[in-house]
Design a protein around this ligand. Structure first.
Ligand SMILES: N[C@@H](CCC(=O)N[C@@H](CS)C(=O)NCC(=O)O)C(=O)O
Length: 216
């Protein structure tokens, strides 16, 4: 296992991809140092950070002598390296279903609402700010409509029963984002209920955006 002092997470308090990784680290009880990359100031594109992650996106995790980007790859690395408690429990089918729900958020919702995408719409494409908000809400609610069925079918407390999984760690930040843009969540009562139960877990509290050192 890597020394705790050598675990560093580069993130931003409101980054939902970084929030996923903070949740995984908190869930597994893994200590780390936070290094804030101020996305509003464009620090993600500066040479200091792109030397680490040429994509210019947070999160980026250093764990000992390992450096990793992409939140889901990071979380799966953590899950394989520090397996207890597991974030992908069950057999191959159960794990595939958890990954599918996580990817619905991480691939089909979140990228369409990322800062650089919204900035491109507002800037070079000259889309009106209110239309950009509609764009963001549209892709969140389109993805949530499918996830609501998963949530409603769950026989336990969370998206896949009574164990917190990778899918739940993706849901929490996406719900946070949805509320930030004041998306109408009335069509998603099961997702709202699960998110509430997840947010009540003390172990996950320190991962919240407002608990981060760079929160303003
Ligand atoms: N697929 C990547 C997405 C990472 C990502 O988009 N991060 C956002 C913050 S949530 C970012 O760094 N945005 C900077 C920008 O858009 O310029 C992951 O899951 O890690």
């Amino acid at each position: 296992m890597s020394a705790d002092a050598n675990r560093i997470l580069y993130g931003y308090w409101r980054s939902s991809a970084a929030y996923r990784v903070r949740l995984a680290l908190a869930f597994k009880g893994l200590p780390y140092k936070s290094k804030a990359i101020d996305l509003r100031s464009g620090a993600q594109s500066g040479v200091g950070f792109t030397m680490l992650n040429p994509q210019g996106l947070v999160p980026y995790l250093i764990d000992g002598d390992v450096g990793l980007n992409q939140s889901l790859a990071i979380i799966e690395y953590l899950d394989e390296t520090y397996p207890d408690p597991p974030l992908l429990p069950g057999d191959a089918v159960a794990r595939a279903r958890i990954r599918a729900a996580a990817l619905t958020i991480a691939c089909d919702i979140h990228p369409l609402n990322n800062l650089r995408v919204l900035n491109y719409l507002k800037g070079p494409l000259e889309v009106a700010p209110e239309s950009v908000d509609l764009w963001a809400e549209h892709w969140i609610t389109t993805g949530f409509a499918a996830l609501e069925e998963t949530a409603a079918a769950s026989t336990g407390l969370y998206l896949f029963g009574d164990s917190v999984t990778l899918a739940d760690l993706c849901l929490i930040p996406q719900m946070y984002n949805a509320r930030r843009i004041r998306a109408d969540l009335t069509a998603f009562p099961s997702l709202v209920a699960i998110d509430k139960k997840l947010n009540a877990l003390p172990v996950l509290r320190k991962a919240r955006p407002e608990a981060q050192p760079d929160a303003v």
